[in-house]
Structure formats: C-alpha cells, structure tokens
Ligand binder design. Structure first.
Ligand SMILES: Cc1cc2nc3c(=O)[nH]c(=O)nc-3n(C[C@H](O)[C@H](O)[C@H](O)COP(=O)(O)OP(=O)(O)OC[C@H]3O[C@@H](n4cnc5c(N)ncnc54)[C@H](O)[C@@H]3O)c2cc1C
Length: 352
C-alpha cells in the first residue's frame, strides 16, 4: 500500500471547500483498511475515514495524517422468517441501496431516500429523515476496533443510537472504522408514514394507500423542493444538508426559551419519549433574523432551506465557519439556545 500525497479533498466533499490530505489511500478491501490503519499508526499519524464527504467540512490548510477513502463494495441478502437481512459494504452509495430495496418491495428505508453519502456513514450520526432513522432497521455494524485492530460486530445496543448520534459520533469518536452494515427489512411491509409533511404530500397526489415507491417519490419530491438532494445545476448544491441539529431541551430550558420567544409562541415543538422537547433549528435561525438565500460574501443560507449553509464560488472553509458562528451567536442571543453543528470538521475545531 503506497498512499498518494497532498491529495486535494474539496472535490471529495459536497461543500467543495478545504485543502489537501497529507496522505490519501482508497481501500477496496478489508485488508487495505487494516494495512492503512497500521501504516498510519507506525508513523504516529491520525487516520481519518472519508465516505461521500456529505457531512464534512475540511479546513483550508487541509489535514495532516492519512485519509482513508472507503471503497468497499458489495451487497448480500438473506431471508429470515418474515424479514430479509440486507448487508451492504461501507462504500456502497446509500441512495442506490434505498432505491433497490424499495423496488424489491422491502420496507424500512423508504423515508431515507435521497440522502447523499455512503452506507458506512449511516450509523455514524444515525441518519434520519421524514420519520425514519437507520437505527430502526440496523441489526449489526461490522467494524475495525482501532483499540485492538480487530474486526468486531456491534449489535444495536452497542451502537448507542440516539437522535443524530451514536457511539461512533460522540461516544467514542474515531474508535471504529465501519466495514459493513446489516439492516433488517420487511418484504411487502407497509411504508412508514409518521411525518405530517410526507402525509400531506401523498394526499396532494391523491394517494390513499401509498406503496413504498409512492413514498420514495414523495420524499424525493419534498427533498428536491428544499435542495436536499444533490443535483448538478442547483445553486444550493454545495452544502452539508442541515448545518445544525435540532436542539432537544429539558422542560425547564424550554420554559426559558418560550419566555424569550414572546410573541413567537407558535414556535414548533416536538415532545420526545424521554420527556424532553425538540425544537426546530430552522425556525430559530429564521426568527433570529436570517432569511433564506441571505449571503455573506461567498457563503450564505440556502435559498430553499434556512438550515443549510451553502458555499458559492470562492468560498473557503473559514468563510463557512465564520458565517455558522454568526448564525449560532444570533440564535443564542435571541433565544438562549446554543445550536450544535451537524457536520464533522477536519483540521479545525469547527465553531469552537
Ligand atoms: C443535500 C444533503 C442532504 C442531507 N440530508 C440528510 C438527512 O436528511 N438526514 C441525515 O441524517 N443526514 C443528511 N445529510 C448529511 C449526510 O448526507 C449524512 O450524514 C451521510 O450519512 C454522510 O455520509 P458520507 O458517506 O458522505 O460521510 P462523510 O461526510 O464522508 O463522513 C462523515 C463522518 O462519518 C465518518 N465516516 C464515514 N464513513 C465512515 C466509516 N465507514 N467508518 C467510520 N467512520 C466513517 C467520517 O470520518 C466523518 O466523521 C445530508 C447532506 C447533504 C449534502
């Protein structure tokens, strides 16, 4: 294994900013993943895993160490009682897997249509949208445990799945390199219809008993209307999707926010099973005074979604971070809520 040197990362990331990887290798088999980890360790260098680069902001000077681009491919299926066990290698494109599952009539991933990136990243932040999360269907995560350099299989309770979080993201970040993910899907199962906006869209199409294909089509339509799928001609295409996660507050904190919101008492609130309440980061940003499409030099908000920070020609990672800090500071000043960024930052501490 001979890594390349000084490989520019901007074209590997949907935000399209950032410098080069000091060393870079693409792994098409598990042996190369293990070799890459050993190579970096021998040199005392960090080894970072790159998927589709759709949740990543790379610093302008780039990153030290080795970037391991996940290129493992392969999908297998196994019937089991009333379900099908689908296992996909970490380098499989996520939306292709969703499309094929929907076409085969396997329920469980349909609402996750149109999310960019690769399979291996889906457990990292427990990818979710329109009422589904991968933790609803994940049965196993095959990974290299960097502490022991052994291949392990994590069952769902070991993954620490939570809203946009897992053991892989905040619990023990960088401990595991995901090699493959298993999902349990239901052949002939009904689609998940838990999200009001999705139900309304299906109604507008006069579909009363939607199939998985109908749900996928509606999700893609809604996402397209918000520039939340990657399309070449879209002026909002250079983003990481939502830049901040929706804040989840304890009731006492909510009371304080409501007091500050004053006349804005129509603020959306979603009660959570643990008694806390989720707020809409997009609503908070908008009501802190930001408009869709607003720009600050070469960066700004998407013209179709307040929650997406978009890079335009000439944007650098520092511009994105400065703008995101401004958004966060204004929301904090107006509502007393500190927004948490969703993407991962390489070569910079991000907003802190
Ligand atoms: C337009 C747009 C819409 C989006 N919509 C959604 C949405 O609806 N819901 C949602 O949850 N997310 C959404 N996202 C965010 C993003 O697509 C997902 O988080 C996706 O899973 C990231 O996959 P990736 O392969 O691009 O990961 P990358 O951006 O390459 O990596 C993200 C992080 O995961 C780590 N990682 C990646 N692969 C592995 C691996 N095999 N092993 C260990 N660590 C790994 C990386 O090291 C990094 O820390 C959106 C992004 C965009 C651009």
């Amino acid at each position: 294994m001979t890594p390349l040197e000084q490989v520019p990362l901007a074209s590997y990331c949907t935000m399209g900013v950032g410098g080069a990887a000091r060393f870079f290798v693409e792994a098409h088999d598990e042996a190369t993943v293990l070799e890459a980890l050993a190579w970096a360790e021998r040199r005392g260098l960090p080894c970072r895993v790159l998927g589709g680069g759709s949740n990543l902001v790379v610093a302008d000077p780039g990153t030290d160490g080795l970037v391991l681009r996940m290129g493992l491919r392969g999908v297998s299926t196994r019937p089991s009682r009333a379900a099908v066990e689908l296992t996909a290698a970490a380098g499989e494109p996520w939306d292709e897997l969703v499309r094929q599952s929907v076409e085969r009539g396997w329920a469980g991933l349909e609402c996750l249509s149109g999310i960019p990136g690769l399979v291996g990243a889906t457990p990292i932040q427990n990818v979710g949208a329109y009422g589904q999360e991968v933790s609803d269907t994940v049965t196993a995560v095959r990974a290299v445990d960097r502490n022991t350099r052994r291949i392990v299989t994590l069952a769902p309770p070991d993954c620490g799945f939570a809203y946009r979080d897992s053991v892989f993201k905040s619990g023990e970040p960088d401990r595991y390199v995901v090699l493959a993910v298993g999902y349990r899907l239901v052949p002939g199962g009904a689609p998940a219809l838990r999200y009001a906006e999705l139900a309304t869209h299906l109604e507008s199409r006069e579909i009363r008993s939607p199939s998985l294909t109908d749900v996928r089509a509606s999700v893609l339509d809604i996402r397209r209307s918000k520039s939340m799928i990657l399309e070449p001609g879209d002026p909002n295409r250079r983003s990481c999707g939502s830049f901040f996660v929706n804040p989840v507050l304890a009731v006492e904190e909510l009371v304080r926010v409501e007091a500050r919101a004053g006349a804005d008492a129509a603020m959306p609130r979603w009660p959570q099973p643990d008694g806390r309440v989720k707020l809409s980061a997009a609503w908070l940003i908008q009501h802190a005074g930001f408009q869709r499409g607003e720009t600050d030099g070469p960066v700004g908000l998407s013209s179709r979604h307040t929650l997406a920070i978009v890079a335009h020609d000439g944007a650098r990672a520092t511009d994105i971070i400065a703008f995101a800090r401004r958004v966060r500071a204004r929301v904090q000043e107006r509502f007393g809520v500190r927004l948490v960024p969703e993407p991962v930052f390489w070569g910079t501490t991000g907003l802190d």
